[in-house]
Write a protein that binds this ligand. Structure first.
Ligand code: AMP
Length: 208
């Protein structure tokens, strides 16, 4: 079964897409299917803020404004996380890389470990829909001006990664402007999973 095959193989996958496109939701399903941890740099930073660590104190204001944390800080965070044992067989990266220098950092980490990315999944959604969804979600940092700023930063700093990964033959595009189950099915289809597998995984998530 494709599911068993990909679990035993592991996989290194990057989720790319604007804030609010549903990367976190889709990432949860896909990482179960692939049998690898989902690594969200946004979640890691929010945890650091909540715990009041030196990293958290450094990034709190930056995150609240919708700007990006600097590439050197993020390189330390990601290098340390990817070195943990649970990431040995692969990972699903959500929220990293977000700039061209970060993509180069990731390429360096992979090169040093004689590893390669399997795919970069672009989950795309029109901008007005993104603002609507993010306001509905209502997280503390989700004020409309901050959302607009995050989208501006995405277009300026992160969108260039689409071309970067397309040139390297890694980009797979997913229309995120559909019901969430359709997005999930489309995404799992890219990894060779059939209908049975996607409903199986959905049940796992629903029952979790
Ligand atoms: P996210 O949950 O991925 O939208 O991330 C929330 C916030 O954390 C972002 O708006 C940034 O301020 C910061 N952040 C997360 N990942 C990165 C990254 N790879 N580079 C820079 N800043 C990041």
């Amino acid at each position: 079964m494709a599911d068993a095959a990909s679990r035993s193989r592991g996989a290194r996958v990057v989720l790319l897409g604007p804030p609010g496109a549903g990367k976190g939701t889709q990432g949860q399903v896909l990482c179960q299917h692939l049998g690898v941890p989902a690594i969200s740099t946004g979640d890691m930073l929010r945890e650091a803020v909540a715990e009041g660590t030196p990293l958290g104190n450094k990034v709190q204001g930056i995150m609240a404004s919708g700007a990006l944390v600097d590439d050197a800080t993020m390189a330390d965070v990601v290098r340390e996380r990817l070195a943990k044992p649970d990431a040995r067989r692969g990972y699903l990266l959500d929220g990293y890389p977000r700039t061209l220098p970060q993509a180069e950092t990731l390429a360096g980490i992979l090169r040093d470990a004689a590893q390669e990315l399997d795919a970069v999944l672009l989950v795309d959604v029109p901008e007005d829909e993104l603002v609507r969804r993010t306001l509905l979600r209502g997280r503390g940092d989700d004020k409309e001006d901050v959302i607009r700023e995050r989208l501006r930063v995405y277009r300026e700093k992160t969108a260039p990664l689409i071309g970067y990964y397309r040139e390297r033959g890694l980009l797979r595009e997913i229309d995120g402007n559909r019901p969430v189950e359709d997005v999930t099915a489309g995404m799992l289809g890219l990894f060779g999973a059939g209908r049975e597998v996607s409903s199986e995984v959905n049940n796992e998530v629903a029952g979790a």
